[in-house]
Design a protein around this ligand. Structure first.
Ligand code: 5AD
Ligand code: SF4
Length: 388
């Protein structure tokens, strides 16, 4: 009988993409997918550590499935992704039925790990140790992968920015870019498969190219992608059957440039929507967050973007209740949101994360006050989004 695997994904698009990759590996290894945990022989959880409530959900869900192990002692439980890196072996103490941990950089090893467990090993750990951070390679998709109409293409991974609140550089390691020819060949395959939307993924797409042998910037990559899309649409006779749209995430304002906006404006395949997280409208808080820009620099970027990209829209992320955020700092954020008028924004309550610099700051905004600020900013943004 065919073995069944159940994969549940928490967190961001990068995790969604990583889960696709693991599904593909396991399908090639003779597994089939199961939608129900109760039916599966292997249960995998691709996890997120960016906020504590995301982690609490994983602990809740995985613990609630412990009964499946009691029913069948051969069922395998694996924790993949950021929580495996952030917590390491302590996960086994909190969830005794978990058999293995696998960090984001080792996902290509999952079939091998499952084999080890079937042979009787338990408590297997594949995570980056600090020596290896940043040196691991990005696993590739096989050519015959199954795809939907919207597809993610990883162009880089990891982050060197160390925003003071963010756990990502510690769990996903330093920035690594994929060579452009690999990306272009993946895009060419996807055009041939008639996908309608491609999202280029990276924690910090604007620093694409850093560390590569070739000398290439993110806007240059976009230009090459646009040419590849155009010529393959023509070759495969799809020009009249509708447009293929490319977008990307996430952009860091520190590295966004007029060159990028000109690429967005000038390239037909590119979406005119830009996600450019501001995080706070207070310069004092931006500095404490180690974001590397001021509100004035960000506002200038918005002005340039709107001048260059006609009908372009900007969305953002905000964190409220960051340590040391006073009512005045929060009001600066509120006023900035009203002034800039984003077409949409995600608003998060600050959550202290292990390893980060901000975890050493006093988390001094009370929960109720974080909730009040969150509700107020959310309502303000919703009103603006409705008017868009
Ligand atoms: N607390 C709250 N929000 C966070 N984000 C990242 N780290 C934290 C944290 N510790 C938010 C940021 C980022 C988005 C993906 O998640 O706004 O842009
Ligand atoms: Fe985290 Fe900042 Fe890197 Fe984004 S740019 S992943 S917020 S450290």
């Amino acid at each position: 009988m065919m073995k069944k695997v159940y994969i549940r994904t928490f967190g961001c698009q990068m995790n969604a993409h990583d889960s696709e990759r693991v599904k593909d590996l396991l399908l090639n290894d003779g597994y089939c997918l199961s939608d129900e945990p109760e039916d599966a022989d292997v249960l995998l959880f691709n996890t997120c550590s960016v906020r504590k409530n995301a982690e609490d959900r994983v602990f809740g869900v995985v613990n609630s499935l412990k009964r499946l192990r009691k029913k069948d002692p051969d069922v395998i439980f694996g924790i993949m992704g950021c929580m495996a890196e952030a917590h390491g072996r302590s996960i086994f103490e909190r969830m005794g039925h978990v058999d293995f941990l696998c960090g984001p950089a080792d996902l290509d090893k999952i079939p091998e790990i499952i084999e080890k467990i079937k042979k009787g090993q338990r408590g297997v750990v594949y995570c980056m140790d600090s020596r290896l951070r940043g040196n691991d390679k990005i696993p590739l998709f096989p050519e015959d992968r199954k795809i939907g109409k919207r597809v993610y293409v990883k162009i880089m991974e990891g982050c060197d920015n160390f925003c003071s609140y963010c756990v990502v550089p510690y769990v996903r390691g330093g920035e690594r870019s994929r060579p452009s020819r690999e990306i272009l060949s993946e895009i060419k395959q996807l055009v041939d498969k008639e996908v309608k939307k491609i999202t280029l993924l990276g924690q910090n797409v604007n620093s694409y190219g850093k560390g590569l042998k070739e000398d290439i910037s993110f806007p240059e990559l976009l230009r090459k992608i646009d040419i590849t899309v155009k010529s393959n649409l023509v070759k495969s006779n799809q020009v009249r059957s509708g447009r293929l749209e490319i977008d990307f995430m996430t952009s860091h304002p520190k590295d966004a440039s007029v060159d990028l906006f000109e690429a967005i404006a000038g390239l037909k395949s590119l979406s005119k929507q830009l996600h450019l997280p501001l995080q706070s409208g207070s310069n004092k808080i931006l500095k404490r967050m180690n974001r590397g820009y001021t509100l004035e620099k960000y506002s200038k970027l918005v002005k340039d973007f709107r001048r260059i990209v006609k009908k372009g829209t900007i969305t953002s992320d905000f964190i409220v209740g960051f340590p040391g955020e006073t009512k005045k700092d929060f009001n600066d954020t509120l006023n900035t949101v009203k002034e800039i008028r984003f077409s949409g924004a995600y608003i998060f309550k600050y959550s202290s994360r292990p390893f980060t610099k901000a975890s050493k700051f006093k988390d001094d905004v009370l929960t109720e006050e974080k909730e009040r600020r969150h509700g107020l900013l959310l309502e303000t943004q919703r009103e603006i989004s409705r008017n868009y």
